[in-house]
Structure formats: C-alpha cells, structure tokens
Design a protein around this ligand. Sequence first.
Ligand code: RIB
Ligand code: CA
Length: 338
Amino acid sequence: LTIITNILNGIGYKDLHYLLKVLLMTKKIILDCDPGHDDAVAIMLAASSKEIEILGITCVGGNSGLNNTVNNALKVCTLIERTDIKVYSGANKPIHYELFTAEYVHGKTGLDKKGDPIIIDTNYKPQEKHGVDFIIETCKSSTDQIYLCPTGPLTNIALSLQKDPSIKKNIKEIVFMGGAAMCLGNTTPSAEFNIYVDPHAANIVLDSGIPLTMMGLDVTHQVNVNSKIIKSMNENKNKTSKFFGELMEFYTIFHKELYETEETPLHDPCVIAYLLDPSIFSGKKVNVRVEENSELTRGKTVVDWLGVTKRPANCFVMNQANNEKFFQLLKDNLSQLP
Ligand code: RIB
Ligand code: CA
C-alpha cells in the first residue's frame, strides 16, 4: 500500500486524470479497410489518438484489388511512422459477386496522389495470418470488448461471423461506413459503393444482433473536403498533413467531375471520428436491410426511418454531422502525427 501511495503521490492530479482517461477510455479497434484515399485518412485519424488502440488493420478488395489495398495500408503506416501496426490481407472478392473496384475514383494503385511515392520498408510486410482468422482470434482472445471498424465492403466481417459466431460476445460495436438511408447512392442511383460491392455480407452483419452504427452517405456528404480545408490542414506543417493534402488533391478530381463541385465527402474517417467524439453525429436506431439480387437496386440499404415495416431496429443510422467539429478534430489529431 505504501508503494502504491508513493507512486500516486508522485503523479500529479493532471497526469493521474490523463492516465485514468487513457486506461479507462482507450478503445481497442480492428480497422477493416480498402485504402482508398478516405480509408487512408481513417487510418491516420485512428493512429493519431491515444484514445484508440489499433489491434490490427485488415484489408479487403474494394476500392482497388486486395494487393493494392494491402500495399496502400502499408504505405500509410510507413508515412506516419507506425510500422508497429500489423496489416493483414483478407478477402479478395465479395461472398457471391465478382469484385467491383473504383479505380475511377482512387486511381490504378488505389491511392494515386501527387508528390513523391512512399517507399515501404522492406521489413514491413503483411502478416502471414489471413485477416478473417486475425479478426476471429483477436475477438476470441480479448479480455476487453473490441470495436470493429469496417470502412470497405463488409466481406471480412461477415466471413468472420460466419466462421465463428461465438466472437459476437466480445464485439462491443460495429461502426461501419456504408449505405444510404435517404439520399442517392454513389455507385448506382440506389446503392453506396461498400454495400453495392457485397450486399450479402452487409445482410450477414445486419442480422448479427451486434450493436451497429451506420455512417452512410447521408452523413458523410456533410463532411466535405475542399481547398480551404486542405489549406487549413497544411497549417499543421507536418508531413502527415502534407500527405493528406496530396491525397485530397487527387481524391477531389472524380467528385468535381461527378458532382460538379470541389466539395468532396470524406467518408471513412467518420467511423473513427464517431469513436473519438460521438457528439459530432446524430441519428436514429431503425431497421436496415439490403437488397441483394435486384439488377436495378442491388446494394440498396432499405432504411425503415419511419418504422412502417415494424421490423426490429437493428442499426443506429447517422443522418447529421457537425462539419466544423469534425474537421477541427481531424486537424488537431493529424497534428499529433509526424
Ligand atoms: O462509398 C464510399 C465508400 O466506398 C468509402 O469507404 C470509400 O473508401 C469506398 O470504400
Ligand atoms: Ca473505404
């Protein structure tokens, strides 16, 4: 007791408060992604915060082929000097459909950008273990509840739940970027990309009974990058913020053409921002199901906002975001990286 008393006496109140905050508030996450420019920013935001412990990054085919998404995750972790983060290769295609990729948005590498290429250290390679097995083993062995944070097609998450449903008990929440509740799709008129690519996986996750939070296009289109944001981020004067600007210079091209505006939605970091400051977002718990087979509406998230189907509410769907709070959080956090 004397030793503990001496230690506590030696720690100032402020440090103790911080220590308790970190110990009590740290969220253990697995980030499942398909980098992808906005996935890259989600990785940076997660890695910047002491309130988040990244247990591992699992990659999935989506914005680009699996080899590219894995390579891009390694590139991002190299740039931010976090090669301690383990990267795992997961599913290279959806459960039933062939992979549909988005080079038209993210370029042929999946992370095309201006500026110098990122050279990955030869010793920094993806783990041997398959991403699905990593998710299962990590959830089964964890003494803490884990947040699954998918920002690509939900294939890895669904395959993990199918292979070993017992992992559900150790999953605190699945916070995913995907879907469109009351707005147009971005891949077809009715479907958002991540859900369009693997609608079967989406329904497996929606039927899981695990607490779900959906960051759909309704909310991600309220946090848009533009030249003012890029200029503000560069005031951080660190290489991570410069990298952010280089990524966004490329990422905004497609959106300028499609939406005829420089306002470019920063989808995936919404997942991490929600973990760091839930007050940025608001929404409603409702029933969500996904159309799997229709040629016309494959991947449509059917969101029963008014409860007319009487189907049980299975997902908290966000539909409001505070743009200023989001970008202030992003800027402050990215300033903490190299
Ligand atoms: O529709 C946007 C989503 O699809 C984002 O996650 C983007 O990275 C792509 O995966
Ligand atoms: Ca993504």
